[in-house]
Design a binder for this molecule. Structure first.
Ligand code: NAD
Length: 252
């Protein structure tokens, strides 16, 4: 297969969108570096990749810690010699709650993982791609990075920041062979999405977003994986700084 020697690094690969994308890339011949701070689910994803006839490596890392990010980048380069694609995806959701009740601890946790984690991933992967003269980066933002949902202002702000980081980096590296784009999922059935129900109930807010998904259903992680695969491939060769929604029209 043409992707035989292509290496993809995927963060948050132990669950949901990251796991589905790991399997999708393995099916398309990529060697997959599975990064997650959950060792059990990360190893499970690697086992699933192998079950699909794929090859890869699991590296435990907290994407918000500089030394962990340096380590997953260095270990990938030591093992495979290159990084062709980086799916910078790990992220967490906020508990639905009135704005003024958000604890500083939660604010910091969301910003550390969703914003600093995305920044650090690019900071350490881009130099590898610069040396190669080629690479594709896909950052996971969210429909909430375009159109905030009620009662999760901090999460929405963190995902707006991901779009800012994506566009800002995209214009710096577009002429160096590195294409940087963002994917914005919305309403995708994953453990993260299912956890929303529990905190929503406590917040007292009644959601109206389903009325904006005109397809009348939620999305599957594999549907996001298809968009990521496209953004990773040369088929999207003139795309840089793009913000691609996969949300069944939620943001429209
Ligand atoms: P998920 O909870 O199923 O998976 C997230 C994975 O990231 C988990 O395996 C978790 O262990 C890992 N992770 C979390 N913090 C980490 C850290 N600090 N370091 C390393 N790994 C960490 O969630 P998902 O729904 O697959 O979400 C993936 C991404 O998609 C997130 O950035 C999320 O904000 C975004 N997103 C999801 C939806 C949706 O509807 N599911 C919508 C919009 C955006």
């Amino acid at each position: 297969m043409s992707n035989e020697n292509r290496i993809v690094v995927i963060t948050g690969a132990g669950s949901g969108i990251g796991r589905a994308t790991s399997i999708k890339f393995a099916e398309h011949g990529y060697k997959v570096v599975v990064v997650d701070f959950n060792e059990v689910t990360g190893e499970e994803t690697l086992a699933l990749i192998r079950n699909h006839g794929g090859e890869g490596l699991f590296i435990k890392a907290d994407v918000s810690k500089v030394e962990d990010v340096e380590n997953y980048v260095n270990q990938t380069v030591d093992t495979y010699g290159r990084i062709d694609v980086f799916f910078n995806n790990a992220g967490i959701i906020q508990k639905f709650a009135p704005f003024t009740t958000v604890e500083m601890e939660e604010y910091d946790r969301i910003m550390d993982i969703n914003v600093k984690g995305i920044f650090l991933g690019m900071k350490y992967v881009i130099p590898v791609m610069e040396k190669q003269g080629k690479g594709a980066i896909i950052n996971t933002a969210s429909s909430a990075g375009i159109r905030p949902e009620h009662s999760i202002a901090v999460y929405s702000a963190s995902k707006h920041a991901v779009i800012g980081l994506t566009k800002g980096a995209a214009i710096e590296f577009a002429n160096k062979g590195i294409r940087i784009n963002a994917v914005c999922p919305g309403g995708i059935v994953t453990p993260l999405f299912k956890s929303v129900g529990e905190t929503l109930e406590k917040s007292g807010y009644v959601p109206e977003e389903m009325s904006r998904v005109r397809m009348g259903r939620h999305g599957e992680p594999a549907e996001v994986a298809e968009a990521v695969l496209f953004l990773a491939s040369d088929k999207s060769s003139f795309m840089a700084g793009a913000v691609v929604t996969v949300d069944g029209s939620l943001t429209v």
